[in-house]
Ligand binder design. Structure first.
Ligand SMILES: [Zn+2]
Length: 301
């Protein structure tokens, strides 16, 4: 068996991690295969073609609409596609990603269009919607439960197999780079979703961009680390306020390196995403009464 197809359980032989190319780094991501159900299609065209030869795929479930999780859709014919209602639009019409990333009429708009072409992405039709707590019965043994976990996108879902206690967390990815840089993201919901994941009774988790994390204690620790990153970002934003003691406008946070401590070769995109993520923190602070609006800016309470 190709080594990107990795069995996850001795007891339940139909559950596999399908590793994304380049260690599942963007623009690729991991998938989970449970029986003939595949979660996400961004492992890479080569991996997906090989997988199809040995493992029939009849159902494709999406964690969310991001390009690195749906790019292989064009290779899957005669399958049934599922996602949450709130993520249908950009999966069925990939150009709808452009306004959601807030890059319309910026230099990044062309980059994103080029990437969509390069990945040969195609629109598909969602056949059925999933909701929180839906269960897919797969074979005699497997029950895959949908966990509605919004925040990263409005319709993000994780999936949890009840008997093996294996979960696929999508882009609650437990890397050092939690992401909520699209217009339909929501930080309060993201944190609530992380809490929901933390309350699961799990043995193994796999995420879109990280391989196997095994054991309750280790999983718990990784979730705590992930939460800490969000907390530290929030603290840096509050420090920015306290160093200035006057109303701060959102735009003053541009190029602040509060989210990306160093910009990479994708700086133009990161600056836009960073500002969106900072805006998500400000929305949360407003709602929690930590800051308020004043003179077209924000002040600490
Ligand atoms: Zn994502």
């Amino acid at each position: 068996m190709d080594n990107f197809i990795q069995p996850l359980s001795e007891e339940f032989s139909d559950i596999f991690l399908i590793k994304g190319k380049n260690n599942a780094r963007y623009p690729y991501s991991n998938s989970l295969l449970i029986g003939d159900h595949l979660i996400d299609t961004g492992v890479s065209p080569n991996h997906l073609r090989k997988l199809k030869r040995t493992h029939p795929i009849n159902h494709v479930l999406f964690t969310h609409w991001h390009e690195d999780h749906i790019s292989g859709n064009y290779l899957l014919n005669n399958v049934k596609f599922y996602c949450h209602s709130k993520d249908v639009l950009p999966i069925e019409n990939v150009e709808k990603m452009i306004p959601l990333y807030n890059v319309r009429n910026t230099p990044i708009e062309d980059d994103l269009i080029s990437l969509i072409k390069l990945l040969r992405m195609q629109n598909i039709k969602i056949d059925a919607l999933v909701e929180d707590n839906d269960i897919f019965n797969i074979g005699d043994q497997l029950k895959l439960k949908v966990l509605f976990t919004p925040g990263h996108t409005a319709g993000h879902c994780a999936f949890y197999e009840l008997n093996s206690k294996i979960a696929f967390l999508g882009d609650i990815d437990l890397t050092r780079h939690p992401y909520y840089g699209n217009l339909d993201a929501n930080l309060i919901e993201f944190e609530e979703s992380i809490a929901k994941i933390k309350s699961l009774d799990v043995n193994i988790v796999v995420t879109g961009h990280r391989g196997i994390i095994e054991g309750k204690k280790k999983i718990y620790e990784e979730i705590e680390k992930y939460k800490l990153i969000l907390q530290e970002r929030g603290e840096r934003i509050l420090l920015f306020f306290s160093e200035r003691s006057r109303p701060i406008k959102l735009n003053e946070f541009r190029n602040s390196n509060i989210i990306y401590r160093k910009y990479s070769a994708f700086k133009d995109f990161e600056v836009i995403a960073e500002l969106l993520m900072i805006e998500k923190h400000l929305e949360k602070f407003l709602k929690k009464g930590i800051i308020s609006e004043s003179n077209n800016g924000y002040v600490l309470n």
